[in-house]
Design a protein around this ligand. Structure first.
Ligand SMILES: Nc1nc2c(ncn2[C@@H]2O[C@H](COP(=O)(O)OP(=O)(O)OP(=O)(O)O)[C@@H](O)[C@H]2O)c(=O)[nH]1
Ligand SMILES: [Mg+2]
Length: 295
């Protein structure tokens, strides 16, 4: 199921890097298991049919395997098992150190991808969002790789998003990542094929209408033990945060996505187009294809 997002099918100028600079970079971020790697795979496959050249980059040193064709794979630079052995760390400590090591080698990574010709670069990020977004070194990595032409896809976990408080938690997390990395951000509801149609509709409405979300939050908190807190205190806190985001023009909207059913990929591309302008003239033909997919 596809939602209308504001789409600009204007192919005004090249999105790609015919001038030798790297193409725009789309970082895919989300909580562990949210579907980041699957999106990179499905987006690359989907785009291939439209003759759009998607350059995939893996920045997750802990990835067991990836199913896309990476132009650059950080595991060629850093091996999690070697970090564990060398520094005598467990898997979590090694993930943290590996993330910092990757970031500290940002310039080397950039050298690997600099000058690659393609329409758009999509970056798979480490499993835990905090490893990527909250480490100081990562901001540097994003700056170096993004070269001022980067944006962010934040994936909402479908099951976490099914309750009002879970939904708000993801919204807040997304806004923190947005705040932290300072990139244009779009929220996508991942694995939407796993949700019942009514649940999907309800979650999307929460993303569109704060008043509906507010009622749902109050209803949820009135059925929960509040340990002496006034009923709805948490709901008020959450709504206050969301209204603040609204005032700061951070759009809380949410677009459904399914890598499994190949739905929402056109919206991912549209977001990038909205931020960076059109694709190269050679790609003029695919607007119709996207329109077709959106039916
Ligand atoms: N039904 C369904 N399953 C999906 C979809 N996308 C991903 N999955 C499944 O969700 C699980 C996690 O997907 P990944 O793409 O590995 O998620 P990730 O965010 O990269 O995970 P980490 O890197 O480990 O944090 C896998 O079993 C995928 O097959 C989807 O659109 N629909
Ligand atoms: Mg992954």
């Amino acid at each position: 199921m596809l939602r209308d997002v504001e789409v600009v099918y204007v192919f005004a100028g090249p999105m790609s890097a015919n001038d030798g600079t790297t193409p725009p970079v789309l970082f895919v971020v989300g909580t562990a298991g949210a579907g980041k790697s699957s999106l990179v795979t499905s987006f690359q496959r989907w785009a291939r049919f439209l003759d759009i050249d998607v350059l995939a980059v893996n920045l997750d040193p802990g990835a067991e395997r990836v199913h896309y064709d990476p132009e650059f794979d950080v595991r060629d630079l850093i091996s999690l098992s070697e970090v564990m052995d060398e520094y005598d760390l467990g898997p979590n400590g090694a993930q943290i150190l590996a993330a910092d090591l990757v970031a500290s080698q940002a310039e080397d990574v950039f050298e690997e991808i600099e000058g690659l010709a393609g329409d758009i670069m999509v970056v798979d990020t480490p499993g835990q969002v905090e490893l990527f977004a909250f480490r100081e070194a990562s901001s540097h990595l994003v700056q170096v790789l993004g070269q001022g032409r980067a944006c962010l896809i934040f994936l909402f976990d479908p099951l976490l998003s099914s309750t009002p408080s879970g939904f708000v938690s993801q919204m807040l997390l997304s806004s923190i990542v947005h705040f932290r990395l300072g990139l244009p951000t779009a929220n996508f509801l991942s694995k939407s094929d796993l949700l019942e149609p009514e649940t999907l509709e309800r979650i999307l409405e929460w993303g569109e209408n704060l008043d509906v979300l507010e009622s749902a939050l109050f209803e949820e908190s009135s059925t929960q033990s509040n340990y002496g807190d006034g009923v709805g205190q948490r709901a008020e806190f959450a709504i206050g945060q969301l209204r603040m985001m609204q005032h700061a023009a951070i759009q809380p909207g949410l677009v459904p996505l399914s890598s499994e059913m190949e739905e929402g990929q056109a919206d991912v591309l549209s977001f990038a187009q909205n931020v960076f302008g059109g694709m190269s003239d050679a790609k003029d033909g695919f607007a119709g294809d996207i329109e077709h997919e959106r039916q």
